[in-house]
Design a protein around this ligand. Structure first.
Ligand SMILES: Cc1cc2nc3c(=O)[nH]c(=O)nc-3n(C[C@H](O)[C@H](O)[C@H](O)COP(=O)(O)OP(=O)(O)OC[C@H]3O[C@@H](n4cnc5c(N)ncnc54)[C@H](O)[C@@H]3O)c2cc1C
Length: 402
């Protein structure tokens, strides 16, 4: 039952001043969450968020809305579990509906190696606070009778799955509610204003250039999604990020309710049902790095083939819309958050195909880092310098799709 059915979000736009304590580049979930938490947790409201297009126009408004913490390494499980818990309280905190809906997530294995992976996932999740159990095939059938466990004889049969307590939430409402919460406390959010350069003085970033002129800043935060390298270049920072397209599509309404999120690690796809009853499907990134947001027929055909084989009821549905986003992929499939080695310039990036779920925790902890100068323990492992310290956090099996 939604407790906030009538809540209308009110966004109050501002004209930028000439200088701010903090300028955040990028009005996606992470930029706005950082602004929201600076204002609500630390009383820092002399903050400007500059967005090149409209807020949420990047990946934060293009994702498949899965919220989960069933990652494969302790550092990630702890961080994402904190974010899952923050999502559970975010509607009450902001007073705005985000259509947050708790859902079980089945992550299926079709091979011995897959079974070992899912058993290990359940074990590491339980050890570090996430709610995940391992299920045998007959238990999978109880949770989701629609799955053809034999995969039509076309793909290897389903041999087991991990089953996790996750959720979905309406992506635009998350973006808007955080923007509204920040604006109410005096944060300025300015859409349709790209940052075209960074002002560097004595080795420190001290402002940004926009088509309307220069704006001074005590601190500049890059929260630009798939454009991370373009902005970092302006500060002379080299990030280990490659931008890859990620596509998704949605069907018309399936008349029956379909509760779980169903994912296959071995087949590389996942499916859930939206609040409107549509089936929402996603897969892995396009292999070729690119800034393109084109949707391709190849993806549509191969993803549909996999999904229809495992969930035969989907044969009767029609494709309504297909789209793509530009994902900032890190080499170890973990985020990069915090300082860059250049004074006054911080990044929140490497959110790839999995950063929607991280919006509450990512913004909260980056705001704490900015306000106090101390890196919170939950994000310490995700520092940029982990690559030169040989402390990478490889988690591809958990972060590859959603
Ligand atoms: C198809 C798809 C499905 C996904 N599914 C999931 C999922 O189910 N669960 C999950 O957790 N994650 C998912 N993700 C990933 C998730 O959407 C992203 O990791 C997350 O939204 C990143 O948020 P962000 O704020 O860092 O970036 P974005 O939302 O991309 O925001 C960056 C913003 O910066 C702006 N910008 C860029 N350059 C400039 C500039 N120079 N000046 C000013 N503004 C600029 C852009 O216009 C953009 O609005 C998915 C992504 C895609 C594309």
């Amino acid at each position: 039952m939604n407790e906030f059915p009538e809540s209308e979000i009110e966004l109050m736009w501002s004209e930028p001043r000439s200088t701010y304590d903090v300028v955040i580049v990028g009005g996606g979930g992470h930029g706005l969450s950082t602004a929201y938490h600076l204002a609500t947790r630390h009383g820092i409201t002399d903050v400007l968020v500059l967005e090149a297009s409209y807020i949420g126009s990047g990946n934060s408004g293009r994702n498949t809305t899965v919220v989960r913490s069933n990652y494969g390494i302790p550092e990630a499980v702890r961080f994402y579990q904190h974010s899952v818990e923050r999502y559970r309280g975010l509607e009450e905190e902001t007073g705005r509906s985000m259509m947050h809906d708790r859902k079980g997530l089945l992550w299926m294995a079709h091979s011995e190696a897959g079974v070992r992976r899912e058993r290990a996932r359940a074990a590491v999740n339980q050890a570090f606070g996430a709610e995940t159990v391992y299920l045998e095939p007959h238990e999978i059938a109880e949770v989701c009778p629609e799955i053809d466990l034999g995969c039509g004889g076309e793909f290897p049969e389903v041999m087991g799955a991990s089953y996790h307590q996750g959720a979905t939430a309406r992506h635009d409402r998350v973006v808007w509610a955080l923007a509204e919460g920040a604006m109410r406390l005096g944060v300025h959010v300015v859409p349709h204003t790209p940052v075209t350069g960074l002002v560097v003085d004595g080795g420190r970033v001290v402002g940004v250039e926009t088509p309307q002129g220069r704006i001074g800043a005590g601190v500049v935060v890059s929260a630009v999604g798939g454009n991370a390298n373009r902005l970092a270049d302006m500060a002379g920072v080299r990030l280990p990020i490659k931008t890859h397209p990620l596509q998704a599509y949605v069907t018309n309404r399936y008349a029956r309710s379909f509760d779980p999120i169903v994912a296959s690690g071995d087949l590389g796809f996942y499916v859930s049902q939206t609040a409107r009853g549509q089936m929402l499907l996603g897969a892995e990134i396009d292999r070729q790095p690119s800034y393109s947001r084109r949707a391709t027929h190849d993806l549509l055909a191969s993803l549909s083939h996999r999904a229809i084989t495992v969930l035969p009821f989907m044969r009767d549905l029609r494709v309504l819309r297909q789209w793509a986003g530009s994902c900032d992929m890190s080499p170890d499939y973990s985020p990069i958050i915090g300082g860059t080695g250049v004074d006054g310039f911080l990044v929140t990036t490497g959110w790839g195909t999995w950063g929607f779920k991280a919006i509450p925790a990512g913004g909260e902890l980056l705001a704490e880092r900015i306000a106090t100068g101390i890196t919170p323990a939950l994000i310490e492992p995700f520092a940029l310098d982990r690559f030169e310290r040989d402390r990478t956090l490889a988690d591809r099996g958990s972060a590859g799709t959603h």
